[in-house]
Design a protein around this ligand. Structure first.
Ligand SMILES: Nc1ncnc2c1ncn2[C@@H]1O[C@H](COP(=O)(O)OP(=O)(O)OP(=O)(O)O)[C@@H](O)[C@H]1O
Length: 264
């Protein structure tokens, strides 16, 4: 049995009269990357803020087991201070001291490829690099559970990949990661399981394979020309059988897109 590190049961949250979370339940296991998906306003940030302990007033129960690191959606750092000093400040706040803190800061600055900005003021950094500093704030105290609200927003492709690899490495180390995004293509290959929120309701919960329609991408030769198609798995399989010697490429894919984008 895998150990749950986050257990959310019947979570309901109102802001005034407005119900923004409606009876949400899910678990996140140790060593798992869990994705919260949904359009703007679906309730992702509210869910993460509750798990992080920032919002305390809600119905239902939320249990976490371990030290938490949190990357908020609204990034906020001391802009006039130097990167190193900001990290030292937040590290101390999170209970890390002395050489251990300095080592941790340097480790993460190198890892995120921003060591050269160590003595720059935060405001002198690009938005993407500021975001990396904020990410370091979330991991500086070596948390067991990492809560990342829209970690990829504002990053270019190279940095999205850099951060993805770091998240995968943290998972390998047994960390539990929950992240939110409204850009499903960013997490399709990253998350072990997902929860799709729609207007405060959980509409799908499980592995991407179970939630999504199984599709296939196929490339085959027809009359000397290459035909490229993405179609339902079963149909692709038929083409594969009929054109076995002409098939160049066959890949199984999962279409989250359709399901995610459907509006009532
Ligand atoms: N402090 C607040 N006071 C009142 N309403 C709020 C507050 N915080 C969030 N809401 C409302 O709750 C709903 C859910 O917001 P939330 O930020 O959780 O969604 P989200 O899925 O994270 O969206 P986004 O991708 O835009 O951040 C929205 O309708 C939002 O306007």
């Amino acid at each position: 049995m895998r150990k749950p590190k986050i257990v959310v049961k019947n979570l309901t949250k109102y802001f005034g009269d407005k119900k923004v979370l409606d009876n949400i339940s899910f678990e996140v296991y140790e060593g798992e990357i869990f994705g919260l998906l949904g359009h703007n306003g679906a309730g992702k940030t509210t869910t993460l803020r509750i798990i992080a302990g920032i919002i305390e007033n809600y119905d239902g129960s939320v249990e976490t087991d371990g030290k938490i690191g949190y990357l908020p959606e609204e990034r906020g750092l001391y802009r006039d201070e130097k990167v190193f000093d900001v990290l030292k400040f937040f590290g101390k706040l999170a209970g890390v001291e002395g050489d251990k803190l300095v080592d941790s800061i340097n480790y993460w600055l190198n890892k995120l490829k921003i060591q050269q900005y160590k003595n720059f003021k935060v405001k002198e950094l690009s938005k993407g690099n500021q975001q990396k500093v904020q990410f370091i704030v979330a991991v500086i105290h070596d948390p067991d559970i990492l809560i990342l609200d829209e970690p990829f927003s504002g990053l270019d492709v190279a940095n999205v990949n850099l951060l993805k690899n770091i998240i995968l490495e943290l998972k390998e180390k047994g960390k539990t990661i929950i992240l939110s995004t409204h850009q499903l293509e960013k997490i399709e290959k990253l998350c072990d399981r997902i929860l799709i929120l729609k207007k405060g309701k959980a509409i799908h919960y499980g592995t991407i394979e179970n939630i999504c329609r199984k599709m296939a991408y196929i490339e085959y030769l027809e009359n000397g020309k290459i035909v490229k198609k993405e179609l339902p798995y079963k149909d692709a399989l038929n083409i594969l059988k009929e054109n076995l010697e002409h098939v160049v490429k066959f890949e199984v894919r999962y279409s989250l897109e359709e399901l995610f984008l459907v509006e009532e």
